[in-house]
Structure formats: C-alpha cells, structure tokens
Design a protein around this ligand. Structure first.
Ligand code: DX5
Length: 228
C-alpha cells in the first residue's frame, strides 16, 4: 500500500445555506479533497444536490472535488459535474449496465473515473475495470444517509479489494476509499484493512474541538493504524 492517507469530508452534514464558507472551512482544516454526495431519490431513497450547487461552491476552495454519484444514470449528467469542477466522478457498479463504457466516457471528459460498491456487492464486480479507474470506493454503510453505523463486516472486503489492486500491480495508481460511519472509533479498522482515502461526514461536524482537530485526529489514527 503506497498511496498516502487522505481525509475526504462529505458535505452532507454541512450548512447548505452557506456551502461556500463550509468548503473554505474544510480546506482550512487541512482536508485533502471534498466529496459531494449526489443522490437522485431513485438509486438511493434520498435527494441532495446537482452540478449547479457544486459549481457555486467551486470558487471557494482549491482542494479537489469528487462527485459520488448515487444515481441510476450517471452518464446522463457526467459532463455537467466535470464542468462544475469535479476532477473525479465515482459511479456505482450496481447502476451501470455498461460500466466499462461509462468509466471510459468519464475519462474522455477529462475527469478521473472511479467505481463504488454497495455493501452487498462483491469485489469481483470491479475486477475487470481496475485498469480504468483511479479509485475504488467500498461503501461501509448502505448509501443514502449520513450518520449511519459503520459495518465492521466490510473489513474483509476492504482487504480483498486491497489485495486485488496490489495483485494487479496498481498500488501506486489506484486509491482505495471507504465511506460511511467513519470516525475516531472506526477509522483504524478501515485503514488497517487497506483503505487510504477515508470519507467522514458527521464525525467531523460533531467533534467538540472543531474541524481542525477532527481532521488531524482522524488522519493521525489512520496513519498509526497503517504503520501497525
Ligand atoms: C452516504 C454517503 C456518505 C455519508 C457519510 O450515502 O455516501 O458520504 O454522507 O456520512 P457519515 O460519515 O456521517 O456516515
């Protein structure tokens, strides 16, 4: 595992009435990138925001933006998310009948393609597209809401995806991201299993010592777990 530990906040718990200030505060707190949870009310039972909202926040921070597309038809608006300032688009393997084509399309748009797996979906679903992506996201909750409990049962799956990436000789090129219930009590398990990009939402905003402390604390716990 050679890719660095990265802390990626989900903006889902942020104050939507001042998203520009919120992303600027996350950047000032030392995050490595920002994840936008796009939900269409179909693929997941929740509805969040589209490319225009993301574009409105783009001028307020310079860290990379990734769009986690929890939508049934990611191809339809992929170009809009790239135009909005997202340098990585994450699509769900479960939503793409032609995953290889969808990932290639995102690459043609000039963004980094990435693929996500719901908790019940096996790692084999992405085995044949590892060479097309710069990141694999293993969901550690069923997508759709923040504040859910981390599924420890996903750790063997995280390890299996890590082994798959390493066996393909892609350890330097492909990140392994986890998302859902990541916080001070769960991040070590995910990092030790092989994740290097850790998405956190509610854990960042409920830290009484503030965002700066929350980000530094999560990063320290993940790096320590990786060294162990
Ligand atoms: C859930 C989203 C997550 C979520 C994370 O579908 O993909 O990014 O917002 O929030 P926490 O960290 O609170 O589980």
């Amino acid at each position: 595992m050679s890719r660095p530990i990265q802390i990626a906040p989900s903006v889902l718990p942020a104050d939507f009435s001042k998203l520009g200030d919120e992303v600027a505060a996350l950047e000032a707190a030392g995050v490595d990138l920002i994840q936008w949870d796009v939900m269409d009310g179909q693929f997941v039972p929740n509805l969040t925001f589209g490319p225009d909202v993301i574009a409105s926040a783009r001028p307020h921070a310079s860290v990379p933006f990734e769009a986690h597309l929890m939508v049934h038809t990611p191809d339809v608006m992929a170009e809009r998310y790239v135009e909005a300032g997202c340098s990585r688009l994450i699509v769900h393997a479960e939503a793409c009948a032609h995953l290889h084509r969808t990932l290639a399309h995102i690459g043609e748009l000039g963004a980094a393609p990435a693929v996500a797996l719901n908790p019940a979906t096996p790692p084999s679903a992405v085995q044949h597209v590892l060479d097309l992506v710069d990141l694999v996201l293993v969901m550690t909750v069923d997508p759709g809401f923040g504040g859910q409990s981390y599924l420890t049962s996903m750790e063997p799956k995280i390890a299996a995806v890590r082994a798959m990436i390493d066996a393909a000789g892609l350890a330097d090129a492909v990140d392994l991201e986890v998302d859902g219930g990541i916080g001070p009590d769960t991040i070590a398990g995910a990092a030790a299993a092989g994740a290097n990009v850790l998405v956190a939402g509610s854990a960042l905003y409920r830290d009484r010592d503030g965002l700066d402390h929350a980000v530094a604390d999560l990063r320290a716990r993940a790096e320590e777990a990786r060294r162990a």
